[in-house]
Write a protein that binds this ligand. Structure first.
Ligand SMILES: Nc1ncnc2c1ncn2[C@@H]1O[C@H](COP(=O)(O)OP(=O)(O)OP(=O)(O)O)[C@@H](O)[C@H]1O
Ligand SMILES: [Mg+2]
Length: 232
């Protein structure tokens, strides 16, 4: 379960204070698949980064599976994150000096998994990259890097998977393949899945769609009933 309480984010730009995310309360039950929609700049990546503890809120609290991550120290947060959260970044963030296989292996080695290499191979196969195991990120296309990032996010079987436009850089076929993998993980392992997307068709497959605009939730409903936004 993901609980956000009065969560907000402001940034200082020059002399002024910019509100990126207005105070927000949100409850996402364990196992739910939530799509986050909204125009560019509406705060989607900021919200996801706060949920993952990658960014600190200006006010409020993030509670993941009963643990308030805003109160954890740096080391405890890092340990909690590697056990509990998988994160797929909008811009992959692969380790440039590690091969595709090593990138997937790293998070499992951090938590001391013995089958890290074998599992990394299986995960790369699942995203269709068996032939690319020994390539470095610079030798991979954008879509291939994204698929390595997805395999890495799955590595420790996270109970919460946060994905920032995971299919944004992929062609239709690879996009659907990744989307199916995410949905499968959500349905079979009961992983809570929060996915930012610009694709309304993909959002329809979610249990719930939340739309942001100018740092506020302007719509939050079961996806099957996507209605037009009120104008303005
Ligand atoms: N550290 C920062 N300092 C100042 N402004 C920031 C900072 N981080 C984000 N912003 C601003 O906050 C707003 C929300 O950014 P965010 O990246 O969350 O948008 P987004 O909805 O993910 O957009 P996109 O669809 O383009 O990825 C943007 O206007 C952005 O310029
Ligand atoms: Mg973004």
């Amino acid at each position: 379960m993901i609980e956000l309480k009065e969560l907000s984010k402001q940034a200082i730009s020059g002399q002024s204070r910019l509100t990126i995310l207005h105070p927000l309360d949100l409850l996402i039950p364990a196992g739910q698949f939530v799509a986050i929609l909204g125009p560019s700049g509406s705060g989607k990546s900021t919200l996801l980064g706060l949920m993952a503890g990658l960014d600190t809120p200006t006010t409020g609290d993030v509670i993941l599976a009963g643990t308030s991550i805003t109160r954890l120290g740096e080391d405890a947060l890092a340990a909690f994150r590697s056990r509990t959260i998988g994160f797929i970044f909008q811009a992959f963030h692969l380790v440039p000096t590690a091969t595709a296989l090593e990138n997937v292996q790293i998070p499992m080695e951090i938590v001391g998994r013995r089958d890290a290499k074998r599992r990394a191979r299986d995960l790369l196969a699942a995203v269709g990259l068996s032939e690319r195991e020994h390539h470095y990120p610079s030798q991979l296309s954008g879509g291939e890097q994204q698929r390595v990032a997805i395999a890495r996010a799955f590595a420790n079987e996270p109970s919460i998977l946060l994905a920032d436009e995971p299919t944004g850089n992929l062609d239709y076929t690879n996009g659907m393949r990744i989307f199916e993998l995410l949905r499968q993980l959500n349905q079979e392992a009961g992983t809570t899945l929060v996915m930012v997307t610009h694709n309304e068709e993909l959002a329809r497959a979610a249990d719930r769609a939340i739309t942001l605009r100018d740092g506020r939730v302007v719509r939050d409903n079961p996806t099957l009933s996507i209605e037009p936004l009120p104008s303005g």
